[in-house]
Design a protein around this ligand. Structure first.
Ligand SMILES: Cc1ncc(COP(=O)(O)O)c(C=O)c1O
Length: 376
């Protein structure tokens, strides 16, 4: 059997990894500033993470949501404490798209409405409702186009007020910081006003923190920079450092009913242990402080690189915009300098999503490599 070939692939075959480094089958070492789309939060093969997972696998790896699993409550408690979102309840699933799918479904259950407001250039995943609120027609099939979705420009509060005024909106969904779109974000004033209008018009505010969450922006969730409280928060990616896991944090205003949401794999023993150990490491190693330190260092260093037009994003969710398209630059970084970076819908933007424990030395190595290529 052959693979159903849907991905454009680099010719690199990683076989082992440690911290912010990856080695291929020829033992070539790469600096990983992308973490497989922002998944690697605590670095590759962290010893605490490995020990916790190995230990759990030797006890029980999986059982479905039909038995007691105290690890789920332990995870919810730790996540509430560390994120400051104690007043939310947690539903566990397996991916970012699944988290958003459940968030949108819940908003529709709660409001008994179905129209969703999303934003230009948004990316929320590939399942049916998640892809319908994603602003990319190329990845929607006719079956996905049956949802009622209105896309608006970011930061145009007048249009948000106008659409919510129609009274048929179940939810507004917005990324804390746009990832795939290219690191654009709402202003604090915009987020605050959207929060207020949603409340007034009884629509739920869903914050997609799948990429911008888990400490990456320098606060636990990116929306916390704007001092607002969403009705629903979705997470995945960095949550379990590569073990598939997603989460929906639901304001305790909304009550659960048996059977309302569900999944076979979500919240299994291995996933919970992976997620708990990520939180332990973020806390014990003060990774959010490191994110802010490295961000300061990065901003100073990047200002010395020629041809950089703009730096976007927060913390370690960063976009470097050049005055040229970056496809060739990314290829040179990976093939000549052995550094992984990411792209986005904005073809002139290099996206970096390094592990939260990246060091100044590693960022310095990247800056040197970048300067060499850009100056050629
Ligand atoms: C903001 C955002 N939401 C949702 C998703 C979908 O997550 P997944 O690929 O785990 O389904 C992504 C993935 O890139 C994302 O960046």
């Amino acid at each position: 059997m052959n693979l159903f070939n849907v991905y454009p692939l680099y010719s690199v075959t990683p076989v082992k990894a440690e911290g912010a480094y990856i080695w291929d089958e020829n033992n070539t070492k790469y600096l990983d500033l992308y973490g497989g789309h922002g998944v690697i939060s605590i670095g590759h093969t962290h010893p605490h993470y490995i020990n916790a997972l190995t230990d759990q696998l030797n006890k029980i790896g999986f059982y479905s949501n039909s038995i007691q699993n105290p690890l789920q409550q332990e995870l919810a408690q730790k996540l509430g404490d560390l994120s400051g979102c104690e007043k939310y309840n947690l539903f566990l699933c397996n991916s970012g798209a699944e988290a958003n799918e459940n968030a949108l479904k819940l908003a529709s259950f709660v409001t008994n409405k179905s129209r969703i407001i999303s934003f230009n250039n948004a990316f929320h995943g590939r399942t049916s409702a998640a892809v319908a609120v994603t602003d990319n027609k190329k990845i929607s099939a006719p079956i996905n186009l049956q949802h009622q979705v209105t896309f608006l420009p970011l930061n145009d509060i007048g249009l948000v007020i106008h659409e919510l005024g129609k009274g048929d909106v179940a939810a507004v969904i917005i990324e804390g910081i746009q990832g795939v779109g290219g690191l654009d974000e709402g202003t604090a004033k915009f987020f605050k006003k959207v929060r207020k209008v949603c409340k007034k018009k009884k629509a739920l505010l869903i914050l997609d923190e799948i990429q911008s969450g888990y400490g990456r922006s320098g606060k636990f969730f990116a929306f916390q920079h704007h001092k607002i409280k969403p009705d629903i928060i979705t997470t995945a990616k960095g949550m379990a450092n590569g073990f598939p896991m997603g989460g929906v944090l639901i304001s305790n205003k909304y009550k659960a009913k048996t059977g309302m949401l569900g999944t076979t794999f979500g919240g299994n023993h291995m996933a919970c242990v992976a997620a708990i150990s990520v939180l332990d490491i973020i806390e014990k190693e003060n990774l959010m402080d490191n994110v802010n330190d490295i961000n300061n260092y990065f901003l100073k260093e990047i200002s010395t690189v020629p041809k950089v037009k703009k730096v976007k994003g927060k913390g370690l969710m960063l976009g470097i915009e050049f005055d040229f398209e970056v496809k060739e630059l990314r290829e040179k970084l990976i093939l000549d300098k052995h550094i992984f970076t990411g792209g986005s819908n904005n073809k002139k933007l290099l996206r970096i999503l390094p592990p939260l424990n990246i060091t100044k030395e590693q960022i310095h190595d990247f800056i040197i490599a970048l300067k060499e290529i850009v100056s050629q």
